[in-house]
Ligand binder design. Sequence first.
Ligand code: ADP
Length: 362
Amino acid sequence: MANIEIRGLTKSYGKTVAVNDVSFKVNTGDFTVVLGPSGSGKTTLLRCVAGFEKPDSGSLLFDGTDVTELRPKDRDVAMVFQSYALFPLMTIGDNIAFPLKMRNVPAAEIKERVNKVADLLVIKDLLDKKPGQLSGGEQQRAALGRAIVREPNALLMDEPLTSLDAPLRAQMRRELKKIKKETKMTAIYVTHDQAEAMALADTLAIMNSGRLIQYDKPLEMYSRPSNTFVAGFIGSPPTNLIEAKVEASNGQARLRIGSATIPVDGGMSPKLKDAANGKIMVGVRPEDIQMFPTKNSERSVETVVESTEPLGSSILVNALLGESYVKLVLSPDRRVGPGDRLWIEWETAKMYFFDDSGKLIT
Ligand code: ADP
């Protein structure tokens, strides 16, 4: 298994810049998830790593060796797609054995390696069946088996679980984690599903409009999003972004949100000071907001409940605060309904600030 270094990769289709100057390094054995909305350039990036697309500029290194000009088969990477692409007339065992046969691996070794992979993927009983006799999840497991049996330099996966239904997807997620632990594969996994990304990733690469927006560990990204795009994309529900104005008097910073002002404890960072009298976005996570029937403290601001969604173990409340909507999560025994006027607050330490351009103010 190799480490993969992507350096300044750019790929355009006509006027569309699908991948725009993307750089990051995947360490050996690391499972990196590329996450972004549809059309953000994830698949194009992955296809460039696999060698199916030639980048316009930039380079690609496996273990420090430049592979940018190498053909896909000479890069020794395996790819798993949303469609399973199994050979329909071959048994599952023959499908998995295929890449080894192509490389003239001796029959006894093929048998041993196919059995080992089948054990890992819990598909031993399916080896004599044809793809058409298998469920979607089983077929995807077989496709994964065929990809990892020859122990490639890296495993590249493009939305491999998207066509499975929700319970099966959750099960496959758990199995992928197990496989990841046992094989220590270097992997790049593309998805638009942030929950899947958070569950699987050692490292997350967030893309938008062809650009790499942030490359970080999932929890770091959740607790320290570098900009409003990441804050609004990660977490379920995602971080609230509330428009505010910074005001300062006598060293005390206050945030004006709609008609309310709330103090910022501990004064102001110099950069926040720069935003004084300027507009900023305040980021607060839904689970960090408390709600009270009456004004609870200096920091409380009044909101009007717009709607509620019972989620079973909690209630999701949408409330209007100034010009912004905020989401918060309450315990299911709270009686809250549309039109209720309630007070919300959060601790200073639980909020972060973004400037006019959406960048985190640090
Ligand atoms: P994602 O995987 O994030 O959905 P893609 O990499 O598929 O994004 O696409 C990124 C952009 O490049 C999109 O605007 C898409 O329409 C465009 N694109 C991708 N492949 C092609 C192609 N073969 N020809 C023309 N445009 C393409």
